[in-house]
Design a protein. Structure first.
Length: 297
């Protein structure tokens, strides 16, 4: 059976690992550069080809993966002049790995299907480390037959794949997941700051939390900041976290669902951005909490 030709737009922290695992496992890959050439050049060195426009990516591929910041960027790639719709051919599959708003995803799916293509949502969990290792987790939304058709490609970069439901369901699940993770991060950072203010031994805090009900993956990642000044376990920018939680509250507002905790988390992240932490990784919420409270970290 002939392998599908694959396109990738968004070879950043997560996208590079996705592209690397696709091209090194025997798929023909076409990529589109944005600002940072290093990951693109690395993929080209591994055998990928470079296109100049989203349209050219669509024309070269049977499946196009998107891994960009959010819904505005996805919509731009699809609808712009020389965008993916302009290069659409019958049967082309667009798989969106971005964290996006479900309402936008459904709108995009309608437009793509009207041109004879398919649009599915395939957002990610885990970190760039797992992306490089081909061990991401995926939530998928869309036609099960289409998702089954691209499953061998998904298996190149993911070891956990959960079908959430129809198109948009993957992004809905992703927003809930991210709110829980980011909300936990905000709580952990505030708790660590309280411990530092009270002169609690951070190793003692780590040991008791890891032995009880407060244990979490996010705590394990963030406690490394006061213990070792290490934020590398969660390479996710605070500005991106802010965007994701706002997408979540936009979604809950349309339900409608009261989300007071999410609003508080969002404002914490807005404060982080306003204080210059926007491009720093989420574990640096500890530094923010310390700065606001006059604590020397």
């Amino acid at each position: 059976m002939t392998k599908k030709k694959v396109g990738l737009i968004g070879a950043g922290l997560m996208g590079h690992g996705i592209g690397k695992n696709i091209v090194t496992k025997g798929y023909e890959l076409t990529v589109l550069a944005h600002r940072n050439r290093a990951p693109i050049d690395d993929l080209i060195g591994k055998g990928a080809k470079e296109a100049r426009t989203p349209r050219a990516v669509a024309e070269a591929a049977d499946v196009v993966f998107l891994c960009v910041t959010g819904s505005p960027q996805v919509e731009d790639l699809v609808f712009r002049k020389d965008g993916l719709l302009d290069g659409m051919k019958p049967g082309l599959i667009i798989a969106d790995c971005s964290t996006a708003e479900p309402a936008s995803t459904k709108k995009l799916a309608e437009a793509v299907e009207a041109k004879g293509g398919h649009f599915v949502d395939t957002p990610l969990v885990r970190t760039p480390k797992e992306a490089e290792e081909g061990k991401l987790g995926l939530m998928t939304g869309g036609d099960e037959k289409v998702l089954k058709d691209i499953r061998p490609i998904l298996d190149c970069f993911a070891d956990t794949i959960i079908h959430a439901g129809p198109v948009g369901a993957g992004h809905t699940l992703k927003l809930i997941n991210n709110f829980i993770a980011i909300g936990t991060a905000a709580v952990v950072a505030e708790g660590i700051a309280a411990g530092l203010k009270a002169e609690v031994d951070m190793k003692a805090l780590n040991d008791i939390v890891m032995a009880g009900g407060a244990k979490s993956v996010m705590f394990e990642r963030i406690i490394k900041v006061p213990l070792a000044d290490d934020d590398s376990a969660a390479k996710f920018a605070i500005d991106n976290a802010r965007k994701d939680v706002r997408y979540y509250t936009n979604m809950t507002e349309t339900m409608p669902l009261a989300s007071p905790v999410a609003e508080a988390v969002h404002q914490t992240l807005v404060l982080g951005s306003a204080q210059g932490y926007g491009q720093k990784f989420v574990p640096r919420l500890v530094n923010l909490a310390c700065q606001l409270n006059g604590i020397k970290l």
